[in-house]
Design a protein around this ligand. Structure first.
Ligand SMILES: C[S@@+](CC[C@H](N)C(=O)[O-])C[C@H]1O[C@@H](n2cnc3c(N)ncnc32)[C@H](O)[C@@H]1O
Length: 285
């Protein structure tokens, strides 16, 4: 495995995200077990399913081995199960611990440590870039899109996930968190507010509507080809109950194929977008 480190100026948010995921590196891959134990785990499994659905036709049609780069790869599990005789995989994560675990658990793939906003690859060198669960943590997602755009060949595909801002279930979670915060605040009345503020400060977690994600991708030079939406169900305490999870899995799969209501209910969207073959020429998808 080849591990490189880039010297990207790290802002406060970046450091928080880095520290957060460094803590999760040893156990991240276990979340892809057979039975999800929370709505977040179900979301991981479903978005991986969406990537496979969106990637299979490209692999089948290519007629040659494709170069696939998985940006924000975590422990490298997203592309598990896809045939390596049709693709050569390089995973990139800015948390060194994640890339190390990925290298141990996926010896057939290559992993490097680098920031998504400064990918260390030649321009026009990748056929496909996948990026799951990463954009929401970036202070400047447009910088990562620019770097991915440079790395992709003209006509190459980006398959990326984005949390859906309109999701009723995400809104419920915000409500639940606000209520918990209020209760916590009342319980700890009299504590030092500065210390309290520090304890509750977290990293960025941006959400997009389908329209906003489309516009962001178009502005970065991509044509959106396909949007799959998934994960229906409550993300808080209720969403950890076995039967609620089962029902959520069932409704999520159904809605993946029946789009009508998903913009309001699905928690996540996975989008396939193609790098425009010629700059300046923008087609509507
Ligand atoms: C939610 S995890 C998803 C991991 C994997 N894609 C998956 O779906 O299982 C997000 C990953 O993105 C990585 N990440 C976040 N910001 C990044 C950045 N600026 N450059 C590279 N990786 C980043 C984190 O370290 C973390 O491993």
């Amino acid at each position: 495995m080849n591990l490189q480190r880039t010297d990207n100026p790290a802002n406060e948010n970046t450091e928080r995200v880095r520290n957060h995921f460094a803590l999760h590196s040893s156990a991240w891959g276990n979340r892809y077990g057979a039975l999800p134990s929370s709505m977040a785990d179900l979301d991981l499994a479903l978005r991986r399913e969406c990537v496979h659905r969106l990637l299979w036709p490209i692999l089948n049609d290519a007629g040659r081995k494709l170069r696939v780069i998985d940006v924000g790869c975590g422990t490298g599990d997203v592309l598990d199960g896809l045939p390596r005789d049709l693709m050569q995989v390089t995973g990139v994560d800015f948390v060194r611990e994640m890339a190390l675990v990925a290298g141990q658990t996926h010896p057939a793939d290559r992993f490097i440590t680098a920031d998504a906003t400064a990918l260390p690859f030649r321009d026009n060198s990748a056929d496909v870039v996948t990026s799951l669960g990463m954009f929401e943590y970036l202070a400047k997602p447009a910088d990562a899109l620019r770097s991915i755009h440079h790395t992709l060949k003209p006509g190459g595909c980006l398959i990326a996930s984005f949390p859906n801002r309109l999701s009723v279930f995400r809104k419920l979670l915000n409500f639940e968190r606000a209520a918990e915060g209020l209760i916590h605040g009342l319980r700890s009345r009299g504590a030092n507010p500065a210390v309290e503020a520090l304890q509750t400060t977290k990293y960025m977690h941006t959400q997009w509507t389908v329209g906003q994600a489309r516009r962001m991708l178009r502005a970065a030079g991509f044509d959106v080809e396909n949007v799959l939406m998934h994960t229906m169900g409550p993300w808080g305490r209720l969403g950890r109950l076995k039967h609620v999870l089962r029902l959520s899995r069932f409704t999520s799969r159904w809605m993946m194929n029946n789009r009508g209501l998903s913009p309001w209910f699905a928690s996540t969207m996975v989008i396939r977008a193609r790098k425009q073959a010629t700059t300046g020429k923008r087609r509507r998808c």
